[in-house]
Design a protein around this ligand. Structure first.
Ligand code: PLP
Length: 402
């Protein structure tokens, strides 16, 4: 009989969004006519930019012709044309990342979860709480010790390191999911200093970088000095360009990032990750990579920014509603998420039930992202404009009635 990896038994039985879907289904069955507005899952709703669609169509045509057909891509790390485009994009906001330091993947979630393969199970993992669930789950699956840095109301949901506590691997996410908070350049410099003093590696998730509007907020950790000695960055086209259904992202591992093996030899993290990917990952399809390349053209960037601006306006509408009602919140600026405090000290799941029952608006209970999320709630700006406005009208009525 095969033995189970019993670490899986330590996970929450269902992924957060499965639990939410179950509650919505039960509500729908009891209230078939309810007009539900979904502001829970952070999925985009606007279509792919025309420049991207055109590039993919052209690539599909190439696949149908013997001379231009492509099978496996040799490196599995992405075509040079895309790595060069991503490198140029990084340079446009001040991060010096070379094409060789970039690997193309099928989205940030896979790499955020898989990167733990190359690190020993005796590492101490530091996760800011609340957090996007994959950081905690993937380390629980391999039985690692996880410690938490508290993100809370007092620090504006931007946890900073405690120098008295040691960690080997640190997960940071900015702009943050779920809290919408961001790290400034100065705050990231502190995390880099902490990582250096602890010989730690930072895994930096920048999936929402395209939403940053404040010039003092770096779009990449590699905009900050010294990051190339301690950080791995994971980014994605999911939110930048609506690729949630297309699947394409990229991970940057700088050449300078090394770890020391137990026999004292210096090992390149990039080389080890490449070795892992070589055995377990076969790359992203050619048409999707051509579509991704088109994102970074002048036309592509112009078109994706129209979509981002649409979501940013939704975020503003939600944030303004919170301000008008005197509800405490973070995010909404530099982020598609609005993270607010539940009224009357209600618990997150109680407030979820109340919103669903009374106004048929679905959000995400903060408690699903960690202990510091209890009593907080996340709404996303990825919805339709009119539905967002309608949801906020209903929300105002609800809050006034409490
Ligand atoms: N990182 C964060 C913080 C996210 O919120 C998400 C998706 O919601 C991802 C990564 C995953 O992105 P992808 O679709 O590229 O796997």
């Amino acid at each position: 009989m095969p033995k189970l990896n019993e670490n899986f038994l330590k996970l929450e039985k269902n992924y957060l969004f499965i639990n939410i879907a179950k509650k919505i289904n039960a509500f729908k069955q009891a209230n078939p006519d309810a007009d539900i507005i979904r502001m829970g899952i952070g999925d985009v709703t606007l279509p792919i930019a025309p420049a991207v669609v055109d590039a993919m169509k052209k690539a599909c045509d190439e696949m149908g012709v013997k001379e231009t057909f492509k099978g496996y891509e040799d490196s599995g790390a992405g075509y040079d044309f895309l790595k060069e485009a991503v490198s140029g994009y990084y340079k446009s906001f001040g991060a010096d990342v070379s094409p060789d330091e970039i690997r193309i993947n099928d989205g940030a979630k896979s790499d955020c979860g898989n990167i733990v393969d190359i690190f020993g199970d005796d590492n101490i993992i530091l996760v800011t709480d609340p957090a996007y669930p994959v950081y905690v789950d993937s380390n629980l699956m391999s039985g690692r010790k996880i410690i938490y840095a508290d993100s809370n109301e007092d620090n504006g949901f931007a946890a900073m390191p405690d120098y008295d506590v040691h960690a080997d691997i640190i997960y940071l996410c900015s702009p943050n999911n779920p809290t919408g908070s961001v790290y400034t350049r100065e705050q990231l410099a502190v995390w880099i200093d902490y990582a250096k003093k602890n010989n730690a590696v930072i895994i930096y998730d920048s999936a929402y970088e395209a939403f940053i509007t404040d010039p003092n907020v770096p779009r990449s950790i590699f905009c900050v000095d010294g990051a190339d000695e301690v950080a791995i960055e994971m980014c994605s086209l999911s939110k930048t360009a609506g690729f949630t259904g297309m699947r394409c992202g990229y991970t940057v591992i700088p050449d300078k990032l090394k770890v020391i093996a137990s026999d004292g030899t210096e090992v390149s993290v990039s080389q080890i990750w490449g070795r892992r990917q070589g055995s377990k990952f076969n790359g992203v399809s050619y048409p999707v990579q051509r579509g991704a390349e088109a994102v970074f053209t002048e036309k592509g960037l112009e078109q994706i920014h129209e979509n981002i601006a649409y979501y940013q306006e939704n975020a503003r509408i939600i944030a303004d509603t919170m301000s008008e009602l005197g509800v405490k919140f973070t995010g909404g600026i530099n982020s598609p998420y609005i993270w607010f405090k539940c009224p009357n000290n209600m618990g997150s799941w109680d407030f979820f039930d109340l919103m669903l029952e009374k106004i048929a608006v679905v959000g995400t209970p903060g408690a699903g992202f960690g202990k510091n999320g209890e009593g907080w709630f996340r709404l996303t700006a990825f919805g339709d404009r009119q539905r967002t406005i309608e949801a906020m009208e209903r929300f105002k009525e609800l809050i006034k009635s409490l």
